[in-house]
Design a protein around this ligand. Sequence first.
Ligand code: MN
Length: 757
Amino acid sequence: MATAQSAQQQPGAEPGILDTKFRELLATVKKNRPSDDTGIIRLAWEFCARHHQGQLRASGDPYVLHPLEVGQMLAEMRLDATAIAAGLLHDAVEDTPVTADDVAEQFGEQVAHIVEGVTKIDKIQFANREDRQAENVRKMLLAMVSDVRVVLIKLVDRLHNMRTLEHLAADRRQAIARETLDIYAPLAHRLGMGKIRGELEDLAFRFVDPIAYEQVSGAVEARREEGEHFLREVEAALNERLREHKIRARVEWRIKRLYSIYEKLQKQQVTVDQIYDLLAIRAITTSVQDCYAVFGLIHSLWRPVPGRIKDFIAMPRPNLYQSLHTTVMGEGGHQFEVQIRTEEMHRLAEEGIAAHWKYKSGAGSTSARDEQRLAWVRQLVEWQREMTDPNEFLSTLKIDLYPEEVYTFTPKGKVVVLPKDSTPIDFAYSIHTDVGNSCVGAKVNGRLTPLRAKLRNGDIVEIATQHGHTPSRDWLNYTKSPRARNKIKHWLNEHQRQRAVEIGRKLLEREARKYRIPLSKITDSDYARVAADCGLGTASELIAAIGFGKYSSRQILNKLSPGAIGPNSLETEAAAEARPAPPGDGVAKIHLRGSDSLLVEGQDDLLVYRARCCNPIRGEEIVGYVTRGKGVAVHARACTNVQNLLYESDRRIAVEWAAGEDSSAVGARAGGRETRTTYPVKLTVYCDDRAGMLKELTAVISDEDANIRGLDTKVATGSEAVVEFVLEVEDVRHLNSIVSGLRRVQGVREVLRAAKV
Ligand code: MN
């Protein structure tokens, strides 16, 4: 079995250097977290050394040096053994044949989960990302991980890669540095990790804008000696004054970071020579009270610059950074900034969210302090939900950010932010209206996925489109984003208008034939006149208005051809109804075919559907009714709605079932397939609650050769049972035969057909 020793024989490694470094790591863990069990760290190191064996980094170093450095940095951040083990293994799944299952088996679910999270982030391609996407990417990153340690490892991983960036090719360098500046440094900032953020920024700055970097660093170097000399004097003066007043505080000084100077140059539109606050002093005290005391001392020594005093102790920043800031004028006109804070504030400013691991062990009681820290974390991650158990939150450090949004990708790596529970349809519309309108399928993470499937964070979505494909009303049930919904509705309205024009024209033609008025004699100007009369702009709007049912075809026809429907030609409704269709007039009757029928014999274009309220089945007496914009609704004549609907007699239209529809006819249409049109019907059977009842009922139905689509039983009283069937029947004869069969079963009291299915 390979052990840590095998790492010694790796190419490029100086003998023993890896061992030495690993011992250093263990020593750091011992120092920072003496009670942590290092067993898992040792195991992880052996595993890591074994599986990365022979791999080299671009620098020529053995690959394992990288995870080892990552582990070391995590240990220095005082993270727990689990995080350090995961840090050592963070590239194992990505870069070696090791699988997530292997990791889970040997190191447990938690480590595997963290490694998986890091791997997932690694797979995202940020290339070609637009600037305005950066915030989305950062949010998405946070939303993707359920364990903060994933982000911490990723940040440390990036930091080490940035430190060794010079070994990569120039274009790779540039891309990685850009991404660091856009994504990872702001992420570190958001998590309050000032130290990592600063280092990431300065490292990236060098590669992203080498010219500006040279300028800024050149200017800083030129003033370094003078600046450092000055700061040492300030330090000495301040220390002396602190001693006099018996205030315990340590004083640090520094020349500000290059990237922060650069940002200031950009923001203030000045040259490096004009930047006055290159120099900074920091006093770190043991109490908040002392912070304000030191603040007073400083102002007694040096004159404050107006407008530069900030109290972030009383008013912490959004990432809960706390400090007192002031800028003062020193000797020789040197300005310098002073930050004053307690040790704890300092640690939080440097380490941010990582500072919490220190308190994790022994987290049993919820002290006021814990509450405060919790508030900090809460605000930090913009926690949006009620937390039921704050302790649990701290111990698992689960984060659920931006729960109202889901972050997905195009195959090219562009982030698409959608409302939670969005589907590929939402995604398609977010790309382009045409993509949405013509989408027929989707691949999510390379797999074919239904259009109605909900997308999850990190999903890579690919949309398949087909020319000529159109949206369906159904889609409104599977879309969340306002954009998609509006576009679908818009399309449907537009489409509905076209349908209305078609329906309106048919109705007008039908009416014209009925009264033997040649439509060809009606001119464009007639249409225009009548349209204007009705307050409509165009002839097609007029026709659509008939289709939508706003006007009856007879009304419009009468206006188009005044007098043609005179008292002589005007029949009463009853007479018109009673009069048989003229020979050869295929329009008078609409023939209904199929189960959810859109098909009409001879008049294929007319939109006809069975009304939901009564679901008429083949063979039943039916009535057609021209709806507003949805075509012709076909009701059973017995339907209660018919009485209410038909008071507008103009909208009534005669319909009948297409003749000769049997299985062979339909089969021929369907290209030879044996299909039979059936209609769903719901029957409610009231019967005795006795053994064998259900069996007998279903036997009747299957003897009648009807499919049972749904079945529900409930006991209504002590002795009576109610059984509901949804059956597929061929026609009304078929249904009647089933009903009488059911009624013959002993103990059946009543069989009723429900209007709705
Ligand atoms: Mn790595």
